[in-house]
Design a protein around this ligand. Structure first.
Ligand code: T4K
Length: 369
C-alpha cells in the first residue's frame, strides 16, 4: 500500500548538519534562556527578513499573544475569521473582543473596504492575516490605522520570506508575527518571532517572554515563559541555510499544480499579485460545486480513499468555534463563510514528487461533472 501523502511534510536538514550545529551544547551545557544559538539565529533572521528589530519566541502563537499584551491594547480588535485558531485566541486570551471583518474573494485576506465601518470608540487595533502567504492590502490598512490611531499587528505565520514591492513583508505594520512550526516554510521545530520597529515595545516583549523579569531582584511585568530554546534555534540555523532552495522547490510543485488546475471551470486558484515575491507556502483551491459538479467534501473523500490527505484550512471559521458559542455571528462575514465551505489545501512541500502532483490533479479532475 502507498504511504500517506499529507498536506505537508516538515523540512529537515541533513542529520549530520544538525548534529554538528548542536554539538557545542554538550560543551557549554547552555540549553535555553537566550543562549548563543538564539542570538545567532536572531541576527541572521533580522537580515533575512529585512527588519529593524526581531525577537524569537517558542511559537507563533506566543508571538501574537505577547505582542498584544506588550501593546497594552484595550477593547476591540478588528480581525479576520478566515484563519487558524491562534489568531482569534490570542486576542481573546488578552481579554479583548475580536470584531470580525469579511475577506476578499480573490486572495482571502481581510477586505480593507469593510474595516472602517467596524471601527468604534472601543477599537484599539487591526489584526489582519497574510493567509496562505497572500499579502494583505498593507497600504490601505496603514491609511486606516493612521486615520483612527490604531495599532496594526500582522499575523504573518504563513508569510516567511515573502517580499512586496521589493520590501520584506516583516517590516509592515507595528508588529509582524511569524510561526516557525514544523509545518511551515521555515521551521525551528516549534518557534516563532515578532518583528517590529519600536525598541521600547521590544524591551517589554523580551521581558514578557521571560516571566516579566528585569533582573534577579526585579520582576516588572506579569509575563509568561516563551523563550526559544537552543535546540530549536540550532534547527533554525540549519534550515535557514537551505531556505532559498526549499522555496524554489515549492515553486516547481506549485507550477505543476497550475498546469492542470489553472483554467478549469469551477476551480479558483490562489492568486499571487504581480508585486509579490511568493514563498509558495500553501496550495489552496476553491471548488464551486455548481460549476465543478461536485463539492469540496466529495473531492476530499475521493482523495482520502487514495491515501492523499489535503486539509480544509480554514474550516470552520474561528467565529464558528464551539468555544465561542453564540458570541459571534458568521452572517457578518459571508465571503469568509463561502470560502471556508469550499476550500481545500492540497499537499505541498519541497520534496513532493511531481508525479504525485499529477496523480492528485487527475483524481480531482475525474470528479468533475
Ligand atoms: N497564525 C496562523 C495563521 C497559523 O496558521 C498558525 C499556525 C499560527 C498563527 C500559530 O503558529 P504556531 O503557534 O503553531 O507556531 C498546523 C500547525 O500545527 C500550525 O502551526 C499551523 N498554523 C496550522 C495551519 O497547521 P494542524 O492542527 O493542522 O497540524 P497537524 O498536526 O494536523 O499537522 C498538519 C500536517 O503537517 C500533518 O498532516 C503532517 C505535517 N507534519 C506535522 C507535524 C506536527 C509534519 O510533517 N511534521 C510534524 O511534526 O496545525
Amino acid at each position: 500500500m502507498d504511504s500517506k501523502i499529507l498536506v505537508t511534510k516538515a523540512t529537515l536538514p541533513d542529520f549530520d548538519e544538525y548534529v554538528q550545529e548542536i554539538s557545542e551544547l554538550w560543551e557549554t551545557h547552555w540549553l535555553t534562556n537566550m543562549g548563543v544559538k538564539h542570538q545567532e539565529l536572531s541576527e541572521q533572521l533580522r537580515d533575512f527578513l529585512e527588519v529593524d528589530e526581531i525577537d524569537l519566541l517558542t511559537n507563533g502563537h506566543m508571538a501574537l499573544e505577547l505582542s498584544i499584551q506588550a501593546m497594552e491594547l484595550k477593547g476591540e480588535v478588528i480581525t479576520t475569521p478566515f484563519t487558524f485558531a491562534s489568531t482569534t485566541h490570542a486576542i481573546v486570551r488578552n481579554g479583548l473582543r475580536p470584531v470580525f471583518c469579511d475577506i476578499k474573494e480573490d486572495d482571502f485576506t481581510i477586505d480593507p473596504e469593510k474595516i472602517e465601518r467596524l471601527i468604534t470608540d472601543q477599537t484599539s487595533a487591526i489584526l489582519p492575516v497574510h493567509v496562505y502567504g497572500n499579502i494583505c492590502d498593507t497600504e490601505e490598512i496603514q491609511r486606516i490605522a493612521e486615520k483612527y490611531g490604531l495599532k496594526v499587528i500582522y499575523d504573518a505565520a504563513h508569510a516567511f520570506g515573502v517580499r512586496k514591492q521589493g520590501r520584506g513583508i516583516a517590516s509592515f505594520g507595528d508588529v509582524s508575527c511569524f510561526s516557525f512550526h514544523a509545518t511551515k516554510v521555515f521551521n525551528t521545530i516549534e518557534g516563532g518571532a515578532a518583528c517590529f520597529h519600536d525598541k521600547d515595545f521590544g524591551k517589554c516583549l523580551y521581558q514578557l517572554k521571560n516571566f516579566g523579569i528585569k533582573n534577579e531582584e526585579i520582576v516588572e511585568r506579569i509575563g509568561a515563559n516563551a523563550k526559544m530554546n537552543e535546540f530549536c534555534a540550532a534547527m533554525g540555523l540549519c534550515n535557514l541555510r537551505h531556505i532559498r532552495d526549499e522555496i524554489a522547490k515549492r515553486k516547481v510543485v506549485t507550477e505543476q499544480y497550475l498546469k492542470y488546475l489553472k483554467d478549469v471551470n469551477g476551480i479558483q486558484i490562489n492568486k499571487i499579485a504581480g508585486d509579490i515575491e511568493a514563498n509558495y507556502a500553501y496550495f489552496p483551491v476553491l471548488f464551486n460545486e455548481e460549476q465543478f459538479g461536485c463539492t469540496r467534501d466529495e473531492i476530499l473523500e475521493t482523495l482520502q480513499k487514495h491515501n492523499i490527505y489535503p486539509r480544509k484550512y480554514f474550516y470552520p471559521l474561528t467565529n464558528m468555534f464551539d468555544c465561542y458559542h453564540d458570541l459571534y455571528d458568521t452572517e457578518n462575514t459571508p465571503k469568509a463563510f463561502y470560502a471556508s465551505k469550499r476550500i481545500l489545501t492540497l499537499p505541498l512541500y519541497p520534496d513532493l514528487p511531481l508525479d504525485m502532483v499529477d496523480r492528485i490533479c487527475e483524481l480531482i479532475l475525474k470528479c468533475k461533472k
